[in-house]
Design a protein around this ligand. Structure first.
Ligand code: TXA
Ligand code: MG
Length: 330
């Protein structure tokens, strides 16, 4: 059993000591819980990949609490990077920037860029300051599985390899950070996340390109595999406009089925469990609930989970990305 600890000053000191000794700590962030290790220590980085069973080609995000780390870790900042840091840090935005030599190759999977973010969660900030090192932290779930938004999600997924889990309560954003990189010199969305694309465009006063992950032989954001964030139970997307007159795919006799929906749409009959992400149609509330609802449905002994996609705007884009990946099979 991995100890789940309240983030008292004493426990934060213990966690920081473990990190400085090259061990791993699960820490709350505002997006999802992260599996943190010393970003400058290749042994600690190797432990992250091994505990998470993550392939080495999928690089990690480096977390900092202090802007002075940017120049130590990154080089040649594009002009938009400073604007984005000023507006969205600390917060759910990751920037992929040319890396300095100090960053071990293992953190970046050999790429010449490093993904960097400053989380806003007070426990993540306190831990980063106490440890006084940048922390590499992927989401604290086994590779390809549902992301954790509560300490007990992490505790259920791992039994060894982590010194402790700091319990900072449920994550308020609920989906991972937005990842922005620069392709041909232009800011480009590599992963939809907690900061909506529209808000980035208003801030930068220009369009932000959306990177298509299908068209690349050497992916710009290697972690964007089509299947990801998956529950163990089969997940099927309900098409926005089911064909007139055709039999719906759900309601199969003898099957225990669950439904994920959003807003005040009429709930389809016949589901054993229904999770409405936000009855009032609030995107923030829905994002906060998304992974917890998937975890609960996955633990309900269902044969299949159906999900309706949300409107493809604002945080809807990030939630739809997670639902599409949860529905894809390898
Ligand atoms: O909100 C978050 O970002 C959470 C919390 C814990 O901070 N972390 C997280 O990490 O979602 P992870 O490892 O699950 O996702 C990192 C994403 C992957 O899609 C990876 O491919 C991408 O960031 N990434 C990391 N380094 C990159 C790089 N140098 N170039 C392009 N993409 C990169
Ligand atoms: Mg992840």
């Amino acid at each position: 059993m991995i100890p789940v600890l309240l983030p008292t000053p004493e426990n934060i000191r213990r966690a920081a000591d473990a990190l400085r000794q090259g061990n791993l700590v699960a820490m709350p962030t505002e997006t999802v819980y992260g599996l943190a290790g010393d970003a400058l220590n290749p042994q600690a980085l190797a432990k992250i990949f091994s505990v998470k069973q993550r392939p080495f080609f999928d690089p990690l995000i480096v977390h900092i609490a202090d802007r002075s780390w940017v120049e130590k870790l990154c080089d040649q900042l594009p002009p938009e990077a400073k604007i984005l840091m000023d507006h969205f840090w600390p917060g759910p935005l990751t920037l992929v920037l040319p890396k300095q030599k100090l960053v071990p190759d293992l953190a970046t999977s050999g790429l010449n860029t490093v993904a960097i973010r400053m989380p806003s969660h007070p426990v993540a900030q306190a831990l980063l300051r106490e440890a006084n090192i940048p922390l590499a932290a992927p989401s604290a779930n086994p590779f390809g599985r549902l992301s954790p938004t509560q300490a007990d999600h992490v505790a259920a997924d791992f039994s060894t390899g982590i010194d402790c889990i700091l319990d900072g309560g449920p994550c308020v954003v609920g989906v991972e950070s937005t990842v922005i990189g620069w392709i041909n010199g232009e800011p480009t969305l590599l992963r939809a996340g907690g900061v909506p694309l529209e808000i980035l465009e208003v801030t930068l006063k220009k369009p932000v390109a959306i990177h298509s992950h299908d068209s690349e032989s050497s992916p710009q954001s290697p972690g964007n595999l089509p299947s990801h964030y998956a529950p163990r139970t089969k997940l099927v997307l309900i098409p926005p406009n089911p064909p007139e007159g055709g039999a719906p795919p759900w309601g199969v006799r003898g099957e225990r089925e669950g439904l994920i929906c959003f807003g005040n749409e009429p709930v389809l009959a016949g589901f054993a469990v229904v999770e409405n992400l936000s009855t009032k149609g609030d995107f923030h509330e829905a994002a906060t609930n998304l992974f917890a609802a998937l975890h609960r449905l996955d633990a309900s002994g269902l044969n299949v989970i159906y999900a309706r996609l949300l409107p493809e705007i604002g945080l809807g884009r990030a939630m739809n990305d997670r639902l599409r990946k949860a529905a894809a099979t390898l």
